[in-house]
Design a binder for this molecule. Structure first.
Ligand SMILES: Cc1cc2nc3c(=O)[nH]c(=O)nc-3n(C[C@H](O)[C@H](O)[C@H](O)COP(=O)(O)OP(=O)(O)OC[C@H]3O[C@@H](n4cnc5c(N)ncnc54)[C@H](O)[C@@H]3O)c2cc1C
Length: 218
């Protein structure tokens, strides 16, 4: 992430960490800017020529025509001996991902009714522990190091929403559900082309048709 942040900065991207978009402003069929609450509490207006909504599970809060909802995932890590596990193990509800230093990432719950409820829960942790027991029984007594959770941006058909919206200068890249890390490079490449109005390959056009916001009748 640090490398990505540095690369972006070198290309002129400005980050405003801790700032939250509260509201978008429109004129006729165009977005003109946003109201932003900064980390200091200061409220600022930002003007824009074009905008992309890419706020994950929270996208609907910013633009309510996007039918995205949160699906919570809980994870934990355990410390195993170095080189004990050399490859990823996938089970029906759990997967184990080894790191070089013996740390094993244990993922992940899929909680469709979670709303935005924060925190790890006894039930979530128990499910992950049961997964460890079934996939790698000897690991059940290895020390637990950390636990955390996140909200996957999910859509009604489990596919992302990419491309133009009905607002002419507002674009969307959200709803990647369980695959947003995997698809981040292709998504950003595609969105860059659309925002800059560049020629698209046939395959890219077909992605945009399949993943258009228009498929949802809202
Ligand atoms: C437990 C778990 C395991 C996962 N494992 C994998 C995996 O192995 N492989 C994979 O490909 N994907 C995985 N995913 C899914 C992946 O994390 C998501 O698909 C991806 O993060 C979506 O990216 P995004 O940029 O759309 O949203 P996010 O990564 O959620 O980023 C959205 C950002 O928008 C910000 N934001 C929200 N509202 C506002 C606002 N009003 N103003 C300003 N900023 C705002 C949020 O703070 C956040 O930083 C996993 C998810 C979870 C929870």
């Amino acid at each position: 992430m640090r490398a990505l942040e540095r690369a972006c900065s070198l290309h002129g991207v400005e980050f405003q960490e801790g700032s939250e978009v509260e509201d978008l402003t429109f004129e006729k069929n165009k977005i003109t800017g946003a109201t932003v609450v900064c980390a200091t509490g200061e409220i600022k207006k930002i003007n824009c020529e074009k905008a992309i909504i890419c706020s994950g599970a929270w996208s609907k809060k910013i633009f309510n025509k996007i039918p995205v909802f949160p699906v919570k995932g809980q994870m934990l890590s355990i410390q195993g001996p170095t080189n004990f596990l050399k490859r990823v193990i996938f089970g029906p509800k759990t997967y184990l991902v080894p790191r070089d230093d013996g740390l094993i990432i244990v993922g992940a719950t899929v909680e469709k009714d979670s709303k935005f409820n924060q925190g790890n829960t006894p039930n979530g942790i128990r499910q992950l522990q049961e997964g460890i027991r079934s996939l790698l029984p000897e690991a059940i007594n290895w020390p637990q190091m950390e636990h955390w959770w996140g909200f996957r941006p999910c859509t009604p058909d489990l596919k992302p929403i990419l491309g133009k919206s009905k607002i002419e200068n507002l674009f969307i890249a959200t709803g990647h559900y369980r695959n947003g890390v995997l698809f981040s490079a292709i998504t950003s490449n595609l969105l860059l082309k659309i925002v800059q109005n560049k020629n698209l390959k046939e395959i890219e056009k077909s992605f945009l048709e399949k993943f258009s916001l228009d498929r949802f009748a809202i």
